[in-house]
Design a protein around this ligand. Sequence first.
Ligand code: XUL
Ligand code: CO
Length: 438
Amino acid sequence: MMTEFYSRKEPVRYEGPDSTSDLAFRWYNPDQKVMGKTMREHMRFAVAYWHTLCWPGTDPFGGDTFMRRWHHLGDEMAAARMKADLMFETLELLGIDFFCFHDLDIAPEGKSLKEFNANVTEIAKVFEKKMAAKNKKLLWGTANMFSNRRFMAGAATNPDPDVFAYCAAQVKHCLDVTKDLDGANYVMWGGREGYETLVNTNIGQELEQAKRFLAMVVEYKHRIGFKGPILIEPKPQEPTKHQYDYDVATVFATINALGLKEDVKVNIEQNHAILAGHTFEHEIALAAALGIFGGIDINRGDYQSGWDTDQFAMNVPEMSLAFLEILKAGGFTTGGLNFDAKIRRQSIDPDDILHAHVGSMDACARGLLIAAKILEEGKLGRIVSERYAKWSEPKNRAMLEGRETLESIAARVHAEGIEPQPKSGQQERIENLLNSYI
Ligand code: XUL
Ligand code: CO
């Protein structure tokens, strides 16, 4: 039975590119095969609890614009149950298989950690029944260690060891619950893991704390038999002035130093990539090259604003470049595309939530189709392979494989009179080729 929240009562259907419906999939066709997998298997879309059901439309200058009933009930557990109903209704209407949550999104904190844990467990039991009945899955769970004032100076990197200890207890419970719900991954985003000013900060000490915390999370994951990876979500700043998990490269340094490449990967968010001064596709390609590509928070940042606007991703050329990298990386295994995206503050009609997801799922589907065509036709791939072709010659392979030294190479350069001949990078020619697919 549907609630009264959405005016739409039937799942949104695929109607093809020529559809004139106001609300239909034009490109996302879940059962359509693309490079051997269905679109549904490729995408692994997830609805994010926090933006869709928790954010009331506030901004730094104004309050609640959405006026959702559950924010004004006065009974927090009743509100939590109402949100749980609506999450599964949203998944059903959108034909989305997964959802994601922070512990604090799903249940109230109460007066103690004990009470909070109990509330989270109670709502997780509600999820368990609904997940089984509606065949829905958890993409990932995560602990909110940034909203409460106790985290204002950091979570695991707080100067106060009591906060570090509190975080250990909170993550332990959230990981237990994620495992009980058969979550595919567990995410760690360190919004307050960083500093506001160096005048009161010991970076070295804080980084030690962050590393020990991560190592303990991985140890515990193995102890309870949680199969999914831990995904660190990089972000350079906001809310903290400087965040330690700045970008993929910085996170890799930590993972590699701890020898945790098998257990810890990254969850890359478009808006975080551009805040770090990168493109979305750069972060995906780098993670894949370093062997730590996990999942994606799919959204879109504003190129003028210096903050995390978390808009729904609608830019087809950008999605095409992102999917090109995702497909080249072999696609998702445990990860997926989590809609860490919020409707605008003026989009106060509940159905706006559906329009936003459907439009962005279509933009992703178009990106996937374009990327698959580029890969299947192979023209771009051939241009790139051609550029690196000489590396497969035995004398050049020997340089990479440790069979040559600076001296031996220098001797060969002089003996053969090697004089490199510059070749065109053909950027515009390749961009024309890309545009021919879009
Ligand atoms: C914040 C952000 C988080 C993480 C999960 O910018 O992206 O919502 O995705 O904590
Ligand atoms: Co995110």
